[in-house]
Structures are given as C-alpha cells and as structure tokens.
Design a protein around this ligand. Structure first.
Ligand code: 5RP
Length: 231
C-alpha cells in the first residue's frame, strides 16, 4: 500500500520543482521513486528540501540535489506521510519525531500532498495515536505537568537501541500526549500546547493539507484513491 501511494505521489511532480521531502517509511519510498524518475531523465532540475536527518541522508545517498530550507522563499510541492488524517484533512504527524521541520516545510509549500495507507484515516484525531510534542530537554517534566491540566496524559518517548529518551534532530525530547476524549478542536489544541513555555512545536497540522492520497487493498488488488475534504 505504501509503495503504490508513494509512486502515485511522484506523478504529481513536474520538472524544475522545489520539492519538500517528507519523513517516515512512506515518504522514504516516495524519495526512492523520485530518485528513479530523476535518474531515468523523466524529471529534470528537481531540488529537494529535507524535512529531517532521515530524508537528508536518503536524498544524499540517492544523489537527489538538496537545498537548504533557509535559502528558499517558497517550495512548490511538499510530499509527506502522516500518522492520522481526519475527514477535514487535519493531521497528527511526528511519529518519527520530525514534525518541527516537517511543519516548517509544509508551511512554506504552495501545496502539501499527504501519502498514507488507509489505516491512517480516522474520524477523530488522537483517539489512539498520541500527539507528539517536542520540548526543550530541561523542560520536559514541567511541560508534562502543564499538559496534564488539559484533561490528558503524556509519556516521554523512549529510544530503541539506546538507553534513555528519543533525542530529536534539534536535540530536544518528545512527549506523546493522549487527550482523554481525543482532539475535537485541533486548531485550539495546537495553539494551547504551543503556548506552554518549553514547547518547541506539536504534531498537529491544521489547515495545511491540500490533497491526500490513500493506499488500500480492494479485492486483493492495491489501489490509490484521493478522498474529498469534508468541511
Ligand atoms: C515523521 C512523520 C511521518 O510522516 C509519520 O510518522 C508517518 O510515517 P510512516 O509513513 O512511516 O507511517 O510524521 O515525523
């Protein structure tokens, strides 16, 4: 499902574009498909803007030309994955702890294309997938206490194959937050969390997404569809 949706996303790319290169396993497949199109000569003069150390390393390995976020005034198209997508295309991102740069890139993009498999499509955000919040290292407990006053609970994300917490590309930590009743008003929650001192950014992407491509298996055949935005 991830591969077909990654390939479908590349069909939206045109020569001469500045492209935001998302993070995560679906975005990684998209970056590999992009490299194939560039090296076969179908796409020319593409420049990528990485959203993470992961996408930067992958693009460098695959010889995709990169430019720095700070040196571009606008990105033509950003293609990224997501952890949850609701019917009005509000997202939770940050499952890979990359949502700070992902949001910066999405914000500078004329168009944000989200690529997911159908397990990511939900009616209500945060019923099961916790909201990632990037916090300054020495503020994590203070931020956790503040967030707990918002009818929610949070845990410090721990690393695999390393003792202690996940450290982000910016050198910060991640709190994963579950609201007791899910997130009903993403815009309000996004602002309220970002107002807590010590928070760098949270994984709610509100009113940023233009199009979603969803991969699913139907009658044993993988297909891609593009849902209409509701609301
Ligand atoms: C990373 C992200 C990813 O896009 C998100 O976690 C989806 O990843 P995957 O395609 O591996 O399911 O937001 O911070």
């Amino acid at each position: 499902m991830k591969q077909i949706v990654a390939d479908a996303a590349i069909k939206e790319v045109r020569s001469d574009m500045i492209l935001g290169l998302g993070s995560g396993s679906t975005a990684a497949l998209m970056i590999k498909s992009l490299a194939n199109e560039i090296h076969s000569g179908k796409l020319k003069n593409i420049r990528g803007v990485a959203t993470s150390f992961q996408s930067e390393v992958l693009a460098l390995d695959l010889d995709i030309p990169l430019i720095d976020l700070a040196s571009v005034s606008q990105i033509d198209l950003a293609i990224d994955g997501a952890d949850e997508v609701d019917p009005s295309f509000q997202l939770i991102k940050g499952g890979g702890a990359c949502h700070v740069r992902e949001k910066l890139v999405a914000f500078k993009a004329k168009k944000l294309l989200i690529v997911v498999d159908e397990t990511k499509m939900v009616q209500n955000l945060n019923k099961s997938f916790p909201l990632p919040v990037e916090v300054l290292p020495n503020a994590w407990n203070q931020v956790r206490e503040e967030i707990s006053k918002m009818n929610s609970s949070s845990t410090l994300r721990m690393a695999a194959k390393k003792a202690g917490p996940v450290v982000t590309d910016q050198g910060n930590l991640i709190l994963d937050v579950l609201f007791n009743e899910g997130i009903k008003n993403p815009k309000d929650i996004e602002m309220r969390i970002n107002n807590i001192p010590g928070v760098l950014e949270n994984g709610l992407f509100v009113d940023l997404t233009d199009k979603v491509l969803v991969g699913k298996i139907e009658n044993n055949i993988p297909i891609v569809y593009s849902p209409s935005k509701i609301g």
